[in-house]
Design a protein around this ligand. Structure first.
Ligand code: SAM
Length: 441
């Protein structure tokens, strides 16, 4: 038995759920694996293919007697699978913190499993213009162990001011231990050892690629004057976000990110790609696929603070036009400031679908990077009609990507390339980039 399995054996069946012995089969979406109990599908967290485990049911079998499936969590490994390794984050095991549900699976196996899940989602959605079996999740460049990558961490705080993270499917705050997925600058803040002032509900910690780390204490009625900054935070910027807005105590409530020669300013609680290599890697992939023509036009949809608009602007050159469309007012304003040396770029603060719907005339190339909910069929259909040459779709949620690719295929477009990246190691999340062209091109 592995040390991890031994540790799990000693865990009580917390919550009193019924225990089942299960043999684990293929992966399912959401980081779980499929097992069967008396013919019923059970989605199990905390296991790996080929294992025999004791699992604690998360559903009440009497209440859910007619349900098509049950959910369970592995609490003991009776026979470990070949992919199991000692967990890189013990606190993420059964009944522990969420956000590292594959920490007990070898990194190459995580990528193999993620590739299987992605391929299955594409197949089920009916994506047919690309050889799906070729899609394999690639590691991020220079990432050997999948640790220390997360540059943005949201900590939870309990009523006693104890700082940790929420448990998986639970509101309880759990100890984060060494927090090994977090970037070093975040681990060095030692937030798990700190007691937050009364009224703190959450803490956003950021380890940007340029300049100091940032800590934002969040609480509706938090009193900024009650915050005593501990020594462990060193030079970190500190802000408090209450229902009345952001109060910077140190710094100005922004962080800085460097990609190549360009510096981006991002709100301390705003969106930026989380893996420390992601912005650079995705920028390179967009650069090599978008192919916006010199003097032509491009849209950067769901543009954030302008990461991909900068790439498109270089391609179209000073005589071209790029419009970056973003719903968050602050992010849109920062995009304008970040790219003010590129007069070919303009910003629009709007809902992307509404904006594209209201737009007259077409565009040569589009990059879009929607949130997990994806673009949706309506937007894909609008883009199929408006875009003349290429669409690059950057996605952090393969199920909505698959749905959206199938929708645009129906409008006469095809998937020319599809790459996937392990930008969330030790979790089931996958980043993908699809290149699309009109089928006749
Ligand atoms: C995954 S992020 C991508 C940001 C940017 N492309 C980057 O890589 O930094 C998605 C962005 O879409 C924005 N967003 C979400 N829903 C939106 C909508 N319906 N319309 C416009 N922007 C939206 C979010 O505020 C966020 O900045």
């Amino acid at each position: 038995m592995t040390p991890e399995a031994e540790r799990m054996t000693s865990l009580p069946a917390a919550g009193g759920g019924r225990l089942l012995t299960l043999t684990v089969g293929p992966p399912a979406a959401g980081g779980t694996f499929v097992a069967r109990h008396e013919g019923r599908v059970v989605f199990v967290r905390g296991t790996a293919p080929g294992e025999t485990i004791t699992a604690r049911l998360l559903d009440d079998p009497e209440e859910k007697a007619n349900a098509r499936f049950w959910r369970a969590e592995a609490v003991d490994v009776l026979e470990a699978g070949v992919d199991r390794v000692p967990s890189v984050w013990e606190e993420a095991a059964a009944d522990g913190v969420g956000g590292a549900e594959w920490a007990h699976i070898a990194l190459p196996a995580q990528r193999r499993i993620a590739s299987e899940v992605l391929q299955e989602l594409l197949r089920r959605a009916g994506v047919s213009s690309f050889p799906i079996e070729q899609v394999q999740v690639e590691p991020a460049s220079h990432d050997v162990d999948g640790l220390g990558w997360r540059t943005r961490v949201r900590f939870a705080v309990d009523a006693d001011g104890r700082v940790g993270m929420r448990g998986w499917r639970s509101h309880d705050v759990r100890d984060v231990g060494e927090n090994p997925l977090a970037a070093r600058a975040i681990r060095e803040l030692r937030l798990g050892e700190w007691t937050a002032p009364e009224g703190t509900e959450a803490i956003d910690a950021v380890a940007p690629s340029a300049g100091p780390a940032s800590v934002v204490l969040i609480g509706r009625d938090l009193d900024p004057e009650a915050v005593v900054v501990p020594e462990a935070w060193g030079e970190a910027d500190v802000s408090v976000r209450t229902s009345r807005g952001l109060v910077p105590l140190r710094g100005d409530g922004t962080v800085h990110e460097r990609v190549g020669e360009r510096l981006f300013t991002v709100a301390a609680t705003g969106f930026w790609q989380s893996h420390r290599r992601a912005a650079e890697m995705l920028g390179e992939v967009v650069e090599s696929t978008l192919g916006a023509p010199r003097g032509g036009s491009a849209w950067d949809l769901y543009g954030g603070v302008g990461l991909f608009a900068a790439v498109a602007a270089e391609q179209v050159g000073p005589d071209g036009t790029v419009i970056t469309v973003e719903g968050n007012r602050r992010a849109s304003q920062l995009a304008g400031e970040n790219l003010e040396d590129l007069p070919q770029v303009s910003t629009a603060t709007a809902d992307v679908t509404d904006w594209v719907k209201a737009r007259r005339g077409g565009v040569d190339a589009v990059v879009l990077d929607p949130p997990r909910s994806g673009a949706g069929a309506e937007l894909m259909e609008l883009l199929a009609a408006a875009v003349r040459q290429r669409i690059v779709y950057v996605s952090c949620e393969p199920s909505t990507l698959a749905r959206d690719l199938a929708a645009i295929e129906k409008k006469g477009w095809r998937v020319v390339d599809l790459r996937a990246f392990d930008l969330f190691p030790h979790t089931h999340h996958i980043e993908s980039v699809a290149l699309l062209e009109p089928a006749g091109a």
